[in-house]
Design a protein around this ligand. Structure first.
Ligand SMILES: Nc1ncnc2c1ncn2[C@@H]1O[C@H](COP(=O)(O)OP(=O)(O)O)[C@@H](O)[C@H]1O
Ligand SMILES: [Mg+2]
Length: 351
């Protein structure tokens, strides 16, 4: 085998994009992964014709000149998706002649995780900043213009309390979300009686429903239903879904919480129970439905804040249901109402 064919064989063995450039700046070997990125016909061509990125050209030339490994970065649209690559150019000698190897490392997913993390921090900061700014404004007013006006002072103090409660809810939901994410890989183990859980949670929610002029109806199957789960988290699912139904329905409406007896569920490949929360409220435009369980995603941020929402409720619900190996189904019609269904694997073992 000649040096060239050995080099080509080795190049083909690399799973990630890899090519070799000789001293004349011709690409003498490139594996399929590299051809997928730079083009099918790059071998035997001058490398500047295969890739015109100034950052890569610089790195290759520096590697030839300095004789040390050089790095660069670039992004490319491949099959309709933006991929980010780290480029490594290393000098190597083949039969006494200088060459440079070109290797790409796909850093798209770590970039995406970094972007998600920074989006999350930006969102949290924004959510906290709004109430803090209001509180600081109220403090200034109480210390200044309202210093001697008791009625105004009391009004501002209750506004401050409302903003502090908002921050408290946000921190509480962030901690819940974090805990659920940490637990997600661990299967919950308790045998939870859902009938009692539903009627008890509905009782707890009754004052909230009444305060908003909503009548909360519950419907339970005759026989007790059980799931293998985490009781506190299942209460959280029901609470978050019912609080939404109550919050996003006009006064005078009805919200129905229904639990169904175990039945075969195709999606679960086994028996499941359904926990259904249904309202006749404002409904949700179908374009929003796929994104509702993303953190901080809201259809109407102003309305959500007005009803005390944090934008994290459905993200928490989704994580808990996933942890329980269940499914969340969202059906909604604008102006007609919404139905959120948690389908959970049933525990049909004898008590
Ligand atoms: N029952 C519902 N009816 C109408 N819209 C809803 C309902 N439940 C959730 N939504 C929409 O989904 C968004 C996300 O819900 P959630 O994660 O609980 O956050 P929020 O704290 O805003 O309630 C809400 O802001 C609202 O726009
Ligand atoms: Mg909510």
């Amino acid at each position: 085998m000649t040096a060239l064919s050995t080099m080509r064989t080795l190049t083909d063995a690399f799973p990630t994009p890899f090519a070799v450039i000789d001293a004349r700046r011709t690409i003498v070997a490139a594996n399929q992964a590299m051809r997928d990125v730079l083009g099918e016909d790059i071998v035997d061509r001058h490398y500047t014709r295969a890739c015109r990125r100034p950052s890569i050209l610089d790195a290759v030339e520096r590697a030839f000149g300095v004789g040390a490994t050089e790095e660069a970065e670039f992004s490319e649209n491949i099959k309709g998706r933006t991929s980010h690559f780290k480029v490594i150019c290393s000098p190597l000698e083949v039969e006494g002649r200088a060459h440079v190897s070109l290797s790409f490392e796909d850093v798209t997913s770590s970039r995406e995780i970094r972007a998600m993390r920074s989006d999350f921090v930006a969102n949290v900061s924004h959510e906290l900043k709004t109430p803090i700014t209001s509180i600081l404004g109220f403090v200034e007013t109480i210390q200044g213009p309202a210093a001697n006006d008791e009625a105004a002072r009391n009004r501002f103090l209750s506004l401050m309390a409302r903003e502090a409660e908002r921050m408290n809810r946000l921190v509480h939901d962030l901690l819940s979300l974090n805990r659920v994410e940490v637990d997600e890989k661990v299967r919950p183990m308790d045998r939870v009686a859902l009938n009692a859980l539903v009627s008890h949670t509905a009782e707890v929610l009754q004052p909230l429903a009444e305060a908003r002029g909503i009548s909360l109806k519950i419907e339970l199957p005759d026989a007790p239903c059980h799931v293998t789960g985490h009781e506190r988290q299942l209460v959280q699912v029901l609470r978050n879904l019912a609080e939404n139904a109550i919050a996003y329905s006009p006064s005078g409406n009805e919200v129905r919480v229904r639990l169904t007896a175990p039945a075969y569920e195709v999606a679960l490949h086994g028996n499941g129970v359904r926990l259904i929360i249904e309202d006749d409220g404002q409904g949700i435009d179908p374009v929003h439905i796929p994104r509702l369980t993303e953190r901080f995603y809201r259809v109407d941020s102003h309305r959500s804040r007005e009803v005390g929402g944090t934008g994290l409720g459905l993200a928490i619900v989704k994580h808990i249901i996933t942890r329980h190996r269940g499914r969340l189904e969202i059906k909604s019609k604008l102006g007609i109402g919404s139905r959120f269904t948690a389908i959970l694997p049933a525990d049909t073992s004898a008590p």
